[in-house]
Design a protein around this ligand. Structure first.
Ligand code: HEM
Length: 422
């Protein structure tokens, strides 16, 4: 069927962005309609979806007709988006993620100094320690469960590692508060709970962060929360109370939920590409390259929500009307970029991942990319050095994808850490 691309409009979505469906089969289907297509999101909210690398790049590179600020989203300002809509909490927060221009630079500058590659490198010994302690915990579990015991590596390693690291950077050190925060974030992002449950989780999450701010205000430490409170309290008015909480929310959430899936997917890839794992363990390949190949193979952020047209604009053959939103299909664009559809995990061939889109591009390029890269490389090298014979506990075909419109990966990664020699 010939499709007249210029006739596409949000009134007639070509498909539904299905949280239950594999990212890549969906993208392959949509790309037949063109690089930018109208789709329906949950609750029949309409958006354009950019699924090709070229379209993703155009949108992310500070496009003059597009904004990150949801006040430009027509359906939202008209009150048409249900209060508990998945991701609404993130989209409407007053953080750098949803700001443009000078506001964006002001909010980003307040924390960016802490995330430079040099600063993050200085944190490496502590990352090694945290990762080593988690592996000690897995080792003790082996003693009680026996060598054939099945461990969900996502739950027992890939989740706690980035969570503990980002919480430490922000001075959220009480385990019960970390646990509460993680639970609230999971509910807020879930498409399997009701809107009311999502809203309740958003309130709970704000309570944890408000308590963190109160604690650090009473007893400042050298952490990033204390630095943000200083910016809030100084005379220059660099930050408002709401921006402070929303900044904490976006960094604590972005700082672990994505990295969890990056770690899990790369372990998954290595366990199913044993020749490349052997080359890593023999020192022929290096761990940072494995992280890049993993990010390319399965970008942890499946779709980036969203950009909004500030005026009618032509985008890769379609007309996006003022106020319409655009989702960027990072996982699909990442693979399409170098013609690696279907997927190819190849650490040796860096042409596939040297300019990938997993961390976005342009002014909103991921602030935490150096941290995510370092903690993933350290975590993977320590994990496989400790458990070099680890294997999947189920056939790969039985791994279940996460149900989500935003993140990408498997729901659980059951492994046998140290199988008995056969
Ligand atoms: C593998 C892990 C990660 C992935 C795949 C990832 C992905 C992304 C992407 C695609 C964006 C661009 C969003 C946009 O353009 O609207 C972004 C922004 C951001 N990320 Fe990450 N991220 C990861 C880890 C982290 C970590 C560890 C942190 C902790 C500091 C972090 C903090 C942020 C922040 C604060 C932004 C907003 C930047 C801005 O708007 O200027 N991310 N991330």
């Amino acid at each position: 069927m010939r499709i007249d691309h210029s006739k596409l409009s949000l009134d007639q979505p070509v498909s539904y962005l299905d949280p239950n469906r594999g990212t890549h089969e969906e993208a392959a289907e949509w790309l037949r309609f063109g690089p930018v297509v109208p789709v329906a999101l949950p609750d029949d909210v309409r958006a354009w979806a950019a699924m090709s690398a070229a379209a993703a790049q155009t949108i992310l590179d500070a496009h003059p007709d597009l904004s990150s600020d949801p006040r430009h989203w027509g359906a939202y300002t008209r009150g048409e988006i249900p209060a508990g809509w998945p991701l609404l909490n993130l989209i409407v927060g007053e953080s750098m993620l949803n700001a443009d221009g000078a506001d964006h630079r002001r909010l980003r500058r307040l924390v960016s100094y802490a995330f430079t590659p040099r600063r993050i490198e200085a944190f490496a010994p502590r990352i090694r320690e945290i990762s080593g302690e988690l592996l000690d915990g897995l080792e003790s579990g082996l003693k009680s469960g026996g060598p054939g015991a099945v461990t969900d590596l996502k739950e027992s390693f890939a989740y706690p590692l980035p969570l503990l690291i980002i919480c430490e950077l922000f001075g959220l050190t009480e385990p019960d508060q970390q646990h509460r925060l993680r639970g609230h974030f999971q509910t807020m992002l879930s498409v399997e709970v009701s809107g009311a449950e999502r809203q309740e989780a958003a309130v709970g999450q704000r309570e944890v962060l408000a308590r963190l701010v109160a604690d650090r205000r009473a007893a400042p430490l050298g952490d990033l929360t204390s630095a943000l409170i200083e910016a809030l309290d100084d005379e220059a008015g660099r930050l408002t109370e709401k921006e402070l909480i929303d900044t904490l929310e976006i960094i604590l959430l972005a700082g672990h939920e994505t990295t969890v899936n990056s770690l899990t997917s790369t372990v998954h890839a290595l366990l199913t590409h044993p020749d490349q794992l052997t080359a890593l363990l023999d020192g022929e390949l290096d761990w940072p390259a494995a992280v890049e190949a993993g990010l390319h193979w399965n970008a942890p952020l499946r779709n980036l929500f969203m950009r909004y047209a500030v005026r009618d604009t032509d985008l890769h053959g379609v007309t996006v009307r003022r106020g319409e939103p655009i989702v960027v299909g990072l996982a699909a664009a990442n693979r399409e970029q170098r013609g690696t559809v279907p997927a190819r995990f190849d650490i040796r061939d860096s042409r596939h991942y040297d300019r990938q889109l997993a961390f976005g591009a342009g002014p909103h390029y991921c602030l935490g990319a150096p941290l995510a890269r370092l903690e993933s490389a350290i975590g993977l090298s320590q994990l496989f050095t400790r458990f070099p014979t680890m294997r999947l506990a189920v056939p790969e075909s039985e791994l279940v994808p996460v149900i989500s419109t935003a993140v990408n990966g498997v729901a659980a990664l059951p492994v046998i850490l140290r199988p008995e020699p056969t």
